[in-house]
Ligand binder design. Structure first.
Ligand code: GLN
Length: 538
């Protein structure tokens, strides 16, 4: 049986549970162990797919098409292990499964209750789809003490009781504040948080203390004493200069060593920290920088385009240049301001998006990038906007638009059933907004000798999708005659996947989300190439 490591958080949220779990997973993996990472989210949405980025940050999409929490993105970027649908569960999903079972008579006349029915379902999730993994690291969202996360905490308590301490380990991540006025590090919040955890039956085995500065031995001893944890299992994590330093920092603090010791295991091989050292060095020492404009609805929200921000940084790492993001809110972007805003940037990126707000500004910005030969990358919605721009200004289809935004437009972008029948427009129905998109990994065939073919060095690629609308393929010939090539198509040749402009240094739109597959240790070729073009632009 796999060994299960449960990671809870205390005192405050946003302490970096995801990053800590991902770093630990990397360290265990690099020492020869097979690892899986999972996330349990205590909200009532069945998945984060319908949540606004304002609420929850980016929706991360897996190969198998699950819309998940953005922490799964951290997991993948740090471990290079692809997450699956079965790696993320929410309270909403658990309850919906339990209620469905109840409605179909699955509980044989019993009273259905949180304990044991909901907790049993959580325990099923924890073990589901696990085969020969050595470790399963399960992160519990939220903070201990929240009403919402209680069923999860109760379920992991039961799980440990049933499978024994030799198979389960509890890690609690807490905050250890520094009080400037008294020049002191305070352990009391940690003590209280552990007390809270113990009151629901869980004694942590390892405490990770997030702190702005190193925690003196005396304070660590205090935490050890009051929280009933051996001193060597009180691990500090001081703010790192870049997130790529996190695995190095946890290794130096011996987190992985203590975990292996707990399970009476030894490393199968030495942890390899060299790649992280290398990219930390590049990240901290690179002086030269370029500005990339990114225009979207949520650009000023830290986590709304998490994977995208990361992928651009990865592209910078592979070109040894720092990428500054010039975030431009699309909402009030006036056409006449665009020239001024984009004059000094080295590249323009229009990311994925939904809904009408701010689209005209995006379309005008793409026109500017096309005409002024600024490297442009359009992702999903960004590609769709590039198609609309080209149709309006080069094909002279003045009413060109997307039926997502305007039901009366000429849909160069539409739901498949609106235009698939020989270009004839049929109205689509689109009522159920949860999980009804083209989601997950799909293949695209790339045209020989196209820019995209040179970038990927392959004729066939697979990338992750998350969209409902598609480019109207019936206009392909007209677009191509005017210089916009459909250089990537679905294998059945019906769905345009990639567009690129002839006679432009770098102008590419993709219907998928390449950012989900970019890794710091292996930057995505599309981002490396985009940043390289931007670097050459100025
Ligand atoms: N709103 C568009 C669609 O559904 C694009 C989605 C996206 O950018 N992820 O097709």
């Amino acid at each position: 049986m796999a060994r299960y490591i449960f990671v809870t958080g205390g005192v405050v949220s946003s302490l970096g549970k995801g990053l800590s779990s991902a770093s630990l997973a990397y360290l265990l993996k690099s020492q020869g162990y097979k690892v899986r990472l999972r996330k349990m989210d205590p909200y009532l949405n069945v998945d984060p797919g319908t949540m606004s980025p304002f609420q929850h940050g980016e929706v991360f999409v897996t190969d198998d098409g699950a819309e998940t929490d953005l922490d799964l993105g951290h997991y993948e970027r740090f471990t290079n292990i692809s997450s699956k649908q079965s790696d993320n569960i929410t309270t909403g999903r658990i309850y919906s499964d339990v209620i469905k079972k109840e409605r179909t008579g699955g509980y044989l006349g019993k009273t259905v209750q949180v304990i044991p029915h909901v907790t049993n379902r959580i325990k099923e999730f924890i073990k589901k789809d696990i085969s020969n993994e050595d470790f399963v690291i399960c992160e519990i969202g939220g903070t201990v003490g929240d009403i919402e996360s209680l069923p999860f905490v109760e379920a992991i308590r039961q799980f440990s009781n049933e499978h024994g301490k030799s198979k389960t380990l509890f890690i609690h991540l807490t905050f250890v504040p520094f009080l400037k006025s008294s020049d002191e590090i305070k352990t009391k919040p940690t003590q209280h948080s552990v007390k809270e955890l113990r009151s629901i039956g869980i004694q942590p085995d390892i405490i990770i203390c997030r702190s702005q500065q190193s925690i003196p031995l005396d304070q660590r001893k205090k935490i050890s004493l009051f929280c009933n944890v051996p001193i060597e299992n009180v691990i500090e994590t001081v703010d790192v200069r870049t997130i790529y330093e996190a695995p190095i920092s946890f290794f130096n603090q011996k987190l992985d060593k203590q975990v292996l010791k707990y399970f009476k295991l030894k490393p199968k091989k030495r942890a390899n920290l060299n790649p992280w050292k290398k990219i930390t060095k590049i990240t901290l020492n690179t002086k030269k920088s370029i500005d990339i404009a990114i225009i979207g609805k949520y650009v000023n929200l830290k986590d709304a385009y998490k994977s995208l921000d990361e992928a651009l940084v990865h592209g910078g790492i592979s070109n040894k240049i720092k990428v500054n993001l010039v975030r431009i809110e699309s909402d009030n972007l006036k056409t006449k301001e665009i020239g001024k805003k984009l004059k000094n940037v080295s590249g323009l990126l229009i990311p994925g998006g939904f809904g009408k707000r701010g689209t005209e500004g995006k379309i005008s910005a793409i026109k500017y990038a096309r005409e002024n030969k600024i490297p442009f990358l359009g992702i999903c919605f960004g590609m769709q906007m590039a198609i609309i721009e080209f149709a309006r200004n080069k094909l002279k289809i003045k009413k060109a638009g997307s039926s997502e935004l305007d039901k009366k437009c000429y849909p160069v972008i539409g739901l498949i059933n609106e235009w698939d029948k020989n270009g004839k427009i049929i109205k689509g129905t689109d009522k159920n907004l949860g999980g009804t998109m083209r989601l997950g990994l799909y293949e695209a065939k790339l045209r020989n000798n196209s820019a995209i073919n040179r970038i990927y060095k392959s004729r066939s690629i697979k990338e992750r999708h998350r969209h409902r609308y598609e480019v109207n393929n019936s206009l392909k010939h007209q677009f191509e005659t005017k210089g916009l090539i459909f250089s990537g198509m679905s294998p059945d040749n019906k769905l345009p996947e990639i567009i690129e402009l002839k006679n432009h240094p770098w102008f590419i739109g993709v219907q998928f989300h390449p950012e989900f597959r970019s890794r710091p240790l292996s930057p995505h070729p599309l981002f490396s190439s985009f940043i390289k073009a931007a670097k050459n632009h100025k």
